[in-house]
Design a protein around this ligand. Structure first.
Ligand SMILES: NC(=O)c1ccc[n+]([C@@H]2O[C@H](COP(=O)([O-])OP(=O)(O)OC[C@H]3O[C@@H](n4cnc5c(N)ncnc54)[C@H](OP(=O)(O)O)[C@@H]3O)[C@@H](O)[C@H]2O)c1
Length: 336
């Protein structure tokens, strides 16, 4: 294959991968992007990238994708599907991509993980050395497979002495996706926002361009073979976030906060029904509700010191940009 691409972006048709691809192109690079045959490509600069079509479940396509590149930004991850689809794409797919990258002589592999991998712990500020959630199977297939792919990426790095950097972003927001209101919430036709959780629960938010900046910095620096970084702009109280959103939207938002234990009772009933029918675990479990409503703040000292990373934008400005994008594009973007 004749190619000028030195970097590969998986998941380039997605929110984060799309922003990363645009930034690499703006820097004058011609990245190679790995997207599925049916992936949306309307916003991708197709004349300035090299496209390899394939699926994370296709080992041959992954080998083709990594051939000749020195840096892999692995942003792809399945967000919906059956248990098999989640495990085949997010866990086995990551394993196969790592093996293909190592065989192809890739010099650094950036794995996009999530702060969702951490356990409940007692700490108010979570550092990278905090352990994984001990009950991943109770967190839903997405988080479960993000935990397993984070774990296996670091294990592969250590066993194979292969340079892997794991970035753990918080909740990513920004132009290109729906405005974020709360982890668990329902909008009653714009009249009221039912929020499950407390107004003082802290949410770890990160602007999409802050994550792109961390990826680019980590791709440039000589780092230890297996480095892990939290990437969070800051923690904001859920109640304050709703107020900021209302300001950005110039609308009144009336939140109604439901204590998590109310929803926990419903989840418990669901768990009982599933147990009686021997159907495994329901998507909504008490543990999942408890974790989703937890107040979380993450320490980013490591990314600041070792990468020289800083948040790209203030929260009010980020929310404003997101809302502007959303009002202009929501009609044209049925999938977001
Ligand atoms: N968004 C957040 O708040 C957040 C927070 C923490 C971490 N993350 C992580 O950040 C990364 C990017 O997330 P995002 O928000 O950009 O998600 P997204 O918009 O849903 O993008 C996911 C990307 O993965 C691709 N993909 C999914 N399954 C695939 C498969 N089997 N084979 C090949 N490609 C596949 C999708 O392709 P299609 O376009 O074809 O569907 C899409 O390009 C993920 O690893 C996610 O876990 C996200």
């Amino acid at each position: 294959m004749t190619s000028t691409a030195s970097v590969l972006v998986t998941g380039a048709s997605g929110f984060l991968g799309g922003h990363l691809t645009q930034t690499l192109v703006q820097q004058g690079l011609t990245p190679r992007i790995f997207i599925r045959p049916n992936s949306r490509r309307a916003t991708l600069p197709l004349d300035k990238v090299e496209v390899i079509e394939g699926d994370l479940r296709d080992a041959d396509a992954l080998k083709k994708a990594v051939s000749g590149v020195s840096l892999v930004y692995h942003c792809a991850a399945t967000m919906k599907g059956s248990k098999a689809e989640f495990f085949e794409s997010n866990v086995q797919g990551t394993q196969q991509l790592l093996a293909a990258a190592q065989s192809a002589g890739v010099q650094r592999f950036m794995h996009v993980s999530s702060v969702a991998v951490y356990g409940p712990g007692q700490k108010t500020i979570i550092r990278e050395e905090e352990g994984y959630d001990p009950f991943p199977q109770q967190r839903g297939y997405y988080t479960w497979t993000k935990i397993e792919s984070d774990r296996l990426s670091l294990q592969f790095a250590k066993e194979q002495n292969f340079p892997v950097t794991v970035l753990r972003p918080g909740i990513i927001y920004g132009p290109g996706t729906k405005p974020f209101f709360a982890r668990l919430h329902y909008n009653l036709k714009g009249k009221a926002h039912i929020v499950i959780g407390q107004p003082n629960a802290l949410l770890p938010l990160v602007f999409v361009k802050s994550v792109v900046a961390a990826l680019l910095l980590a791709g440039e620096k000589p780092l230890s073979p297996f480095s892990v970084y939290n990437v969070v702009d800051g923690a904001i109280r859920q109640g304050d976030l709703l107020e900021r959103q209302a300001e950005a939207m110039q609308k009144r938002v009336r939140p109604v906060y439901l204590p998590p234990r109310f929803v926990g009772i419903g989840a418990m009933a669901l768990e009982t029904v599933y147990r009686l029918l021997r159907r495994g675990s329901p998507a909504l479990s008490r543990y999942r509700v408890q974790r989703a409503c937890q107040s979380l703040a993450h320490d980013t000292t490591k990314a600041r010191k070792e990468l020289g990373w800083r948040p790209e934008i203030s929260l009010p400005e980020g929310l404003q940009q997101t809302w502007q994008w959303w009002t202009q594009h929501r009609a044209a973007s049925p999938t977001v």
